[in-house]
Design a protein around this ligand. Structure first.
Ligand code: C2E
Ligand code: MG
Ligand code: MG
Ligand code: MG
Length: 280
């Protein structure tokens, strides 16, 4: 009796685990296929200037679009890509496609600045700056059209090497943004020790700023800090008119969020904001 009970218990947990493993294997297959077929999809979310509400650029956000049209978001496969090392190929493809998009906009005589997210492991690759330089060269874009978003945790790894890579990137003319500011193991010394141009206030502070005085105070402090350091401030996750008004009043430069526009598939972004062609 007790033996069979133990067996049932074992098989109960085993099924759960099997399901999780199966899901992971499936996701890894989808990810590998998307990378191999060069079919990772780039979505773009516009960044707006608080003062004139004009679009100054966009953030590049990767997705996997399945044949049935199902869209898989990055939170479902970026951690897996980092664990398996696929992040290097994924990152290169996202950069390549993002720079090709900039070139396509330039062909329409439109300047657009595109910000690409970079994972910690990519920054830890000593060849990363050369790889980026080669993509800029081959697509023929200006380095100043490209921004790279790094997180605080990416800066924590190998201080010397990370700084060298960021210096190499900035000397090409690329802009560096510190993403999700305030959520990692924040150290204000990062702001002095690394060449950074942009500070992105994390969505979690923005969401609470109208409800909680404390969140509002933190955003105020971050904005003052960034302004005094001469950094450009981008607020992410703006979902309401009230968020927009508060952040504008505080002196944030740029903002992005569902209130203004959701991330759009690259072609939709192009049609909506770039192409001058008349729609017949
Ligand atoms: P992130 O870089 O902080 O990007 C902002 C995320 O917030 C995006 O989620 C965006 O769709 C979402 N967002 C924008 N406005 C709003 C809003 O008003 N409300 C809410 N609730 N969300 C908003 P997404 O596209 O799912 O990306 C999630 C994360 O995945 C990104 O966070 C970034 O860390 C990572 N990621 C995305 N693309 C790449 C990539 O190409 N490479 C790497 N290494 N990471 C990427
Ligand atoms: Mg980002
Ligand atoms: Mg962010
Ligand atoms: Mg975020």
């Amino acid at each position: 009796r007790s033996k069979s009970k133990g067996k049932d218990t074992f098989s109960f947990f085993s099924k759960d685990l099997q399901h999780a493993m199966h899901h992971r294997v499936e996701m890894e297959i989808k990810l590998r296929q998307a990378i191999e077929n060069n079919s990772l999809a780039i979505y773009l979310q516009p960044k707006y200037d608080f003062n004139n509400k004009e679009i100054t650029g966009a953030e590049s956000l990767v997705r996997i679009v399945e044949e049935n049209g199902n869209v898989i978001g990055p939170d479902e496969f970026i951690p897996l890509a980092e664990e398996t090392g696929l992040i290097h190929q994924l990152g290169r493809q996202v950069l390549q496609k993002s720079c090709e998009f900039i070139a396509r906009c330039n062909n329409e005589h439109q300047d657009v600045k595109v910000a690409v997210n970079v994972a910690a492991k990519q920054l830890a690759n000593p060849g990363f700056a050369d790889e980026v330089a080669e993509i800029i060269r081959s697509t023929g874009i200006e380095a100043s059209s490209l921004e790279l978003e790094v997180t605080e945790s990416a800066l924590m790894h190998d201080f010397e090497q990370t700084r060298d890579i960021l210096i190499a990137l900035t000397s090409l003319g690329i802009t560096i943004a510190l993403d999700d500011f305030g959520t990692g193991y924040s150290s204000l010394s990062y702001l002095r020790q690394f060449p950074l141009h942009v500070l992105k206030i994390d969505r979690s502070f923005v969401i609470d700023m109208d409800k909680e005085q404390q969140a509002h105070d933190i955003v105020t402090a971050i904005v003052h800090l960034a302004l005094s350091l001469g950094l450009t401030i981008v607020a992410e996750g703006i979902e309401t008119q009230s968020h927009f008004n508060s952040l504008k009043a505080l002196g944030c430069h740029l903002g992005q969020g569902y209130f203004m526009c959701r991330p759009l598939a690259m072609n939709d972004f192009f049609i909506q904001f770039i192409s001058n062609e008349e729609v017949v």
